[in-house]
Design a protein around this ligand. Structure first.
Ligand SMILES: *[C@@H]1O[C@H](CO)[C@@H](O)[C@H](O)[C@H]1NC(C)=O
Ligand SMILES: *[C@@H]1O[C@H](CO)[C@@H](O)[C@H](O)[C@H]1NC(C)=O
Ligand SMILES: *[C@@H]1O[C@H](CO)[C@@H](O)[C@H](O)[C@H]1NC(C)=O
Ligand SMILES: *[C@@H]1O[C@H](CO)[C@@H](O)[C@H](O)[C@H]1NC(C)=O
Ligand SMILES: *[C@@H]1O[C@H](CO)[C@@H](O)[C@H](O)[C@H]1NC(C)=O
Ligand SMILES: *[C@@H]1O[C@H](CO)[C@@H](O)[C@H](O)[C@H]1NC(C)=O
Ligand SMILES: *[C@@H]1O[C@H](CO)[C@@H](O)[C@H](O)[C@H]1NC(C)=O
Ligand SMILES: *[C@@H]1O[C@H](CO)[C@@H](O)[C@H](O)[C@H]1NC(C)=O
Ligand SMILES: *[C@@H]1O[C@H](CO)[C@@H](O)[C@H](O)[C@H]1NC(C)=O
Length: 806
């Protein structure tokens, strides 16, 4: 488990932490071993995410802590994603005579692979990234919302500061065409380069266009435009001309510049980025970073850190007795939960709207690619389970904007997205999980500016209109209405067999839970008959429950069915018609569990794991598996036998399920063990892709001492890792305080509790604590309390036992 460790600090340190939590953030956790964490400079939900790009197969987020050389420092990234390498547009690379003999720009190495340079150890802090490149240049970058300022410090004695701006390269080499213009900055006479490029999204349909505006404060001493169309060609550029070039596909091209050093060998440049136009990119740069000097760099860096501290600062912890390592893990995890999605409100070129716009919902479910299995499955996304519920308590203003953006996407595209990035539709993996993202905020009273009637309409649209479920909505709606489940090879899909025609069992489970979310919103909006309808439909999971399926001594599993009602046995795995609920688990293997035509009936996790996914009615599941004792020992076996996969988000919820049978101490032990084994502050400290902060958010919740059942008003208690935690609701000002009296390395079990002074024995809490404020005070002890949280009345709500009643 995470030891509380040596007492390092006093109350004075706790207050430093409160003011400057950024000091505890280690941006490099998860930058190797497939974590795909973005370690560069960004603001919370920043549009611009600037950082180094490694020449590595694992460079989905740019920089990888694997020692590979870097090809540049680019302006846009995603965090923690699987799929293809994402963004990485418009990289810069500072060059010296080692790369450009005699300062001759036609001698510079420009090719993306050949130009890669070794480097020393980078450093980073929220809003700032720095890397010593082995050509002697120290590269630094810091950001505002839509612009970056880069500072390159060349070796002393450098007589010309050489610099490459690559106009065509992104991380995956997806450039399809664009334009570059070099002309003097009209107001300063400095160097200005503007440009646009069309690229492909890393996990979606279509293409996207993005625009830049580069400004250097002075005119260049020399410059050349280069393009490689078979061989390298150069065009001379001078300081006063306007030069315009349209690029073709796959022609590595850009601008090489040499600047005369001033009093120090430092080159400071600005880069504005817009999804709308180059003019807007220039305006963003000019407005957000008015001066381009080394001193301005420091000012921007200070402001970025202050913004981070403000956003991180809705949470305060008392770190008395808490190890430095635990603090680093906690704050770094919270930090990463705020990197994506990106707020590009006001910069959405797709439609005219006054509503907020957020991009990089990557994804609301998660995605994995089968061809990227080695060494472990590469998955991404999954923000509905842990990230957006976190915003509901720590960043509700942002969450309200996210909800408005999702509803506006529905208004303008006809559908809520399940996955969306770089202005394009992303691929759907499971259900229509924006439904639960919406229901989560709805039941938590997030209303600011939200048109919930339209939100509800969007959810009902998911449930009732057959979409092209490879990118939006659901499939199998007609069959499910008839049969109560989605059959294998659903021929009633419209068009039939659309998308990779798989995942019938896992989709049904998610559709059932999506319907439950619709029911909750219907309930809140007073649509009682809709509520009854959707609550009833949420029971469809039971239609795939085969009580006769048996494995490892346990009976009853979710099993696919064919349209005639028979249980389905996949001839590839279920040999001799013996259903294998362990297929797609870490022990059986992940083949055919992904988004491809041979994908099976469970997506990305086994029937063993999916057979826990009934958050709307765990009480019925407890009965179905044979009662509380069997449920508990079945969980024990699930973890012990290796069927559980913490590297994939469906594995989060099961770690808290002992609460549903009144054994919260077993949840404490389980979560402690999971954190201890799988999460740490090393480069490789994540068990899977960070998935837009999802892994981070799991760590944050587990350290708070409670975990959200996404989509409903339930938080399952484990135990806090800090003696005191306060969470301030920035929207209402209400402060929730969680006190763990007597917490120590051994006193980790809740013995008794009070909520606002009154005795509290439930092993779950509701959102009231965060809307109204209040204090949850837990008395911790070393022994397994046989009374607290164990009674029938202490269990979290379930539909069949009268939970969620109006
Ligand atoms: C470069 O020169 C400056 C000013 O003399 C000095 O402070 C700095 O340490 C030198 N840097 C290196 C890397 O030698
Ligand atoms: C820019 O250059 C023009 C032409 O040389 C000159 O008239 C103008 O004053 C310059 N502007 C600035 C801000 O230096
Ligand atoms: C710069 O380039 C333009 C266009 O090619 C040309 O007309 C102009 O004379 C050049 N100026 C200098 C100073 O070389
Ligand atoms: C999102 O961006 C808009 C436009 O820049 C801004 O008004 C809004 O405050 C931003 N939201 C957050 C949560 O920062
Ligand atoms: C589903 O369709 C595939 C491809 O057409 C076929 O190979 C398979 O036998 C079908 N399975 C069932 C259960 O109909
Ligand atoms: C389970 O097996 C029993 C005995 O063979 C049979 O009667 C029952 O219908 C089966 N249940 C299901 C749901 O297949
Ligand atoms: C049901 O359909 C499956 C797949 O098409 C077939 O193998 C099976 O024999 C059918 N069962 C009955 C009872 O018709
Ligand atoms: C806690 O106590 C209960 C009842 O005494 C027992 O069944 C359970 O196994 C204990 N759990 C742990 C983690 O010690
Ligand atoms: C850190 O976490 C990673 C990912 O779960 C794991 O592989 C590694 O063994 C852990 N390292 C330590 C020192 O516990």
């Amino acid at each position: 488990m995470k030891t509380l460790g040596i007492v390092l600090s006093s109350v004075a340190v706790a207050s430093v932490a409160a003011q400057d939590p950024a000091q505890f953030v280690n941006a490099f956790i998860g930058t190797s071993n497939g974590g795909h964490v973005f370690s560069g400079a960004t603001l919370p939900w920043g549009s611009v995410k600037a950082g180094a790009d490694s020449l590595s197969g694992d460079n989905q987020a740019g920089y990888v802590s694997d020692g590979s050389p870097i090809t540049g420092i680019s302006q846009l990234h995603d965090d923690g994603t699987g799929g293809g390498a994402s963004l990485g547009n418009f990289p810069f690379l500072p060059l010296t005579t080692a790369q450009c003999a005699n300062n001759d720009l036609t001698k510079c190495t420009v090719d993306n692979t050949a130009r890669a340079l070794a480097h020393g150890t980078p450093t980073a802090s929220p809003g700032y990234f720095s890397i010593p490149i082995n050509n002697g240049v120290q590269a630094e970058v810091t950001v505002t919302q839509h612009a970056a300022i880069h500072r390159f410090t060349y070796p002393n004695g450098t007589d010309q500061l050489l610099f490459l701006l690559d106009a065509t390269r992104d991380l995956s080499g997806s450039y399809q065409g664009g334009q570059v213009t070099v002309s003097p900055n009209p107001t300063t006479n400095g160097t200005r380069v503007t440009g646009s490029g069309t690229f492909s999204p890393s996990f979606g349909e279509g293409s996207y266009q993005v625009h830049f505006c580069f400004d250097a404060p002075t005119t260049f001493a020399q410059a050349k435009y280069y393009v490689n169309s078979g061989s390298l060609h150069y065009t001379n550029l001078n300081a006063t001309q306007t030069f315009n070039k349209v690029q073709n596909n796959n022609d590595p091209a850009g601008v090489l510049m040499g600047f005369t050093p001033g009093s120090a060998p430092t080159l400071t440049v600005r880069m504005g980025i817009s999804w709308t136009s180059t003019a807007k990119a220039c305006t963003y740069g000019e407005e957000e970073i008015p001066t381009i000097t080394s001193a301005a760099f420091d000012t921007v860096q200070t402001a970025a850190r202050a913004t981070w501290n403000q956003v991180l600062g809705t949470v305060e912890v008392d770190n008395t007795g808490v190890s430095a390592d635990t603090q680093e893990l906690f704050w770094s995890s919270l930090y990463r939960a705020y990197i994506s999605p990106t707020n590009i409100t006001g910069d959405n070129p797709l439609w005219v709207s006054t509503e907020p716009y957020y991009d990089s919902f990557y994804c609301i479910w998660y995605v994995c690619f089968s061809y990227l299995i080695s060494p472990s499955p590469r998955c991404t996304g999954d923000s509905f389970r842990v990230v957006h519920p976190l915003y509901a308590i720590t960043a509700p203003t942002t969450q309200a904007e996210v909800i408005r953006a999702l509803i506006d996407i529905y208004r303008n595209t006809g559908w809520l997205p399940d996955c969306r990035m770089s202005l394009d539709k992303g691929l759907t993996q499971g259900g229509s999980n924006a439904d639960n993202l919406l229901s989560d905020s709805f039941v938590k009273g997030i209303t600011a500016g939200i048109d919930w009637e339209t939100g509800y309409e969007a959810m009902v649209n998911d449930a009732t209109i057959e979409g092209d479920f490879s990118v939006q909505g659901r499939g199998g709606i007609a069959s499910r209405a008839k049969l109560g489940f989605v059959p294998v090879n659903d021929t009633a899909d419209n068009p039939p067999n659309e998308g990779p025609n798989t995942r019938s069992a896992s989709r049904l489970l998610e559709y059932a839970y999506n319907d439950f979310g619709i029911g909750l919103v219907a309930q809140g909006l007073g649509k009682t008959s809709d509520m009854t309808h959707y609550f009833a439909k949420s029971g469809d999971w039971f239609n795939l429950w085969n009580p006769n399926a048996t494995n490892t001594g346990f009976s009853g599993f979710i099993q696919p069915r064919t349209a005639n009602g028979s249980w389905y046995f996949d001839p590839r795995f279920d040999l001799n018609d013996i259903f294998r609920p362990d297929h797609c688990s870490p022990v059986f293997g992940h083949e055919d569990c992904f988004l491809n035509p041979s994908g099976g009936e469970f997506y990305e996790a086994s029937s063993w794991e999916y057979s826990w996914f009934v958050p709307q009615d765990m009480a019925k599941l407890v009965t179905a598996v044979g009662g509380p004792a069997t449920f508990s020992s079945r969980l024990d076996t699930f973890f012990a036998a290796g069927f559980h996969d913490i590297g994939d988000e469906p594995g989060f919820f099961p770690t808290y399920l002992y609460n549903y049978v009144g054994q919260p101490t077993k949840t404490v032990d389980r979560v402690d063990a999971i954190l201890n084994k799988n999460y740490n502050t090393s480069f490789n400290g994540l068990p899977g892709n960070d998935d837009s902060g999802a892994m981070g958010a799991y760590v944050v919740w587990s350290h708070f001492g409670f975990f959200p059942v996404a989509g409903q008003n339930t938080y399952l208690l484990n135990r806090p890792y800090f003696p005191k935690i306060t969470i301030r609701n920035e929207a209402t000002g209400a402060v929730a305080t969680i006190i763990a009296q007597g917490l120590s390395d051994t006193n980790i079990y809740i013995q008794s509790a009070t909520l606002n002074g009154a005795s509290y024995t439930k092993n779950w809490i509701s959102h009231d604590l965060f809307t109204s404020g209040g204090t949850l005070e837990l008395v911790m002890g070393s022994s397994n309390s046989s009374t607290w949280g164990t009674g029938e009345a202490d269990l979290p709500p379930s539909l069949s036992t009268g939970g969620f009643a109006t």
